[in-house]
Write a protein that binds this ligand. Structure first.
Ligand SMILES: C[S@@+](CC[C@H](N)C(=O)[O-])C[C@H]1O[C@@H](n2cnc3c(N)ncnc32)[C@H](O)[C@@H]1O
Length: 485
């Protein structure tokens, strides 16, 4: 079984585009500009439009962005599993008030300059509906600086009055005063990085906080009256037992967040875990044990009333993360800040990951020296089809074949359905009619002989939960091979 990447792939698209099975267009855009993704961009070498525009069949439909990702890279220290773009401040800096840390103030000024110098994609660009402050540890940034970023976004793009404004927060980096200040600014969703509920496990992960801070943080978020909050957990950690994982899931349910993200540990090269451990080998769990952890999460959270709406995401009714839904629907979004990646007009563009180069990038942007990093909306149809399949199959809704056929041609519907037949037979893929009733494997097989009937009868394709989700690498690869043989 291929190991799935449950790392927060989509919630971190802007600063990390690491994918187990990479869609060709995404993969091409990354491979054609290696410095942007894995290393740093030289200012003379800034990538611009990278989407293939030379193929005969091009699509030009790309609605304007209504989402913005903001990267706030500061952390007290680097966790042992983490290879995100961060700046480690050191553990001695003031616990709750980093007001005067020039590294933070200077960065936020630079970020605001980037926002200011960015051209809205069109004159009648709609106001932002979601803003996501990701990190790093955004909760280390003083609220007055967060406020200056929100104000800059308001001036530049407009922000809807009911916009979802999310912020990632780490236990031990905020108190109730800071929390209330953030809420007053319009922040209305928190993503709390807990990872594990065992003191020893937090230490092994190199977290800058212990279990006491975890419980305090949960208490602060809840006592401030915030309902829309998420709790992040990591499964398959070194020495993690079934009992520990069960305990983490139970304590999560007791904390009653309205959203939970469960990520399977990705052992990254260059991290402490990367130097200590080999995936699948003790003290890391085997692939079978990891799959078991995944199934436990799906079952336990499902029984507690959480909908498993995306491979790594669970929510109570009405509490999906609207910002992340943008990614899964392959919609465009702005991104600002060190190492962040935007998706505009069909182009994914990664900013430099080193502060010096990012500073140069912003200066060049202000001086009009950066070539337009927004595409013209013309994208290769096969590339886009593959992205749409890959992204939508990560969700419980699955792929809407009607709109897929409208965008890419109805012949691709039967191509995909034929590729999925073995998986419909095995129960890993579910075919649904327009009312979302599932079709039996026999019904589905019969339809495959008649293209017109497939289009009429099969409205959605989705992966089963948890077995289909667990096989999603294989399933999505089959879809790729069928679309672009
Ligand atoms: C951008 S990080 C949040 C950073 C934040 N400072 C924190 O530690 O919670 C979002 C989430 O990614 C997950 N994550 C980060 N690195 C990971 C890895 N190597 N494998 C699996 N999950 C990872 C963690 O659950 C983390 O909460």
């Amino acid at each position: 079984m291929l190991k799935l990447n449950f790392k927060p792939f989509f919630s971190t698209i802007p600063n990390k585009f690491k994918i187990p099975i990479v869609s060709f267009s995404i993969k091409n855009s990354l491979q054609s500009q290696p410095p942007t993704v894995r290393q740093n961009v030289s200012l003379n070498n800034l990538p611009t439009t990278t989407t293939t525009t030379t193929t005969s069949h091009l699509l030009s439909h790309s609605p304007p962005p209504t989402s913005a990702y903001i990267h706030l890279p500061f952390c007290r220290k680097r966790c042992h599993y983490c290879d995100f773009t961060i700046v480690a401040l050191g553990t001695s800096s003031n616990q709750f008030k980093d007001e005067d840390d020039p590294r933070i103030t200077n960065y936020v000024q630079l970020l605001c300059r980037e926002i200011k110098a960015t051209k809205p994609i069109s004159n009648d660009n709609p106001p932002l509906e979601t803003i996501f402050f990701g990190g790093g540890t955004p909760s280390l940034v003083p609220p007055k600086l967060v406020s200056s970023i929100i104000n800059m976004l308001k001036d530049k793009f407009g922000v809807c009055s009911n916009a979802e404004i999310s912020i990632e927060m780490d236990p031990g980096t905020f108190d109730d005063v800071k929390m209330k200040e953030l809420l007053e600014l319009g922040v209305n969703r928190v993503s709390l990085g807990v990872q594990a509920f065992q003191e020893d496990m937090l230490k092994k992960c190199g977290r800058a906080h212990g279990l006491r801070e975890v419980h305090e943080a949960i208490e602060i978020v809840k006592s401030c009256g915030l309902e829309n909050w998420s709790l992040d957990l990591i499964s398959s950690l070194p020495h993690q037992t079934r009992e520990m994982w069960e305990e983490s899931l139970e304590l999560t349910i007791q904390a009653s967040p309205t959203h939970v993200s469960v990520y399977d540990l990705q052992v990254e090269q260059g991290t402490k875990f990367g130097s200590l451990y080999t995936p699948g080998e003790f003290p890391l769990p085997s692939d079978t044990q990891s799959a078991e952890f995944y199934k436990m999460a799906s079952k336990t959270l499902g029984n507690a009333g959480y909908e498993h709406y995306e491979i790594s995401s669970y929510c109570k009714e009405g509490y999906m993360c609207k910002h992340n839904v943008t990614y899964w629907q392959n919609r465009s979004f702005y991104a600002f800040g060190l190492g962040s990646a935007s998706f505009l007009g069909g182009v994914r563009f990664s900013r430099p990951k080193k502060m010096k180069e990012y500073t140069g990038y912003v200066q060049d942007l202000e001086n009009g020296l950066v070539l337009d990093k927004q595409g013209n909306g013309l994208v290769d149809a096969n590339d886009k089809a593959i992205d749409v399949v890959m992204l939508s199959l990560r969700t419980a809704t699955g792929l809407n074949l009607r709109s897929f056929g409208e965008s890419f041609g109805s012949s691709l519907i039967s191509t995909l359905c034929k590729a999925f037949k073995p998986y419909v037979d095995s129960g890993h893929v579910i075919a649904l009619d327009v009312r979302r009733n599932s079709l039996s494997a026999d019904e589905f097989s019969t339809l495959l002989f008649d293209e017109g009937k497939i289009e009429e009868m099969v409205a959605f394709i989705r992966l089963s939960d948890p077995d289909g989700f667990l096989l999603s690498n294989d399933l999505i690869s089959s879809a790729f091979a069928a679309i672009a043989p």
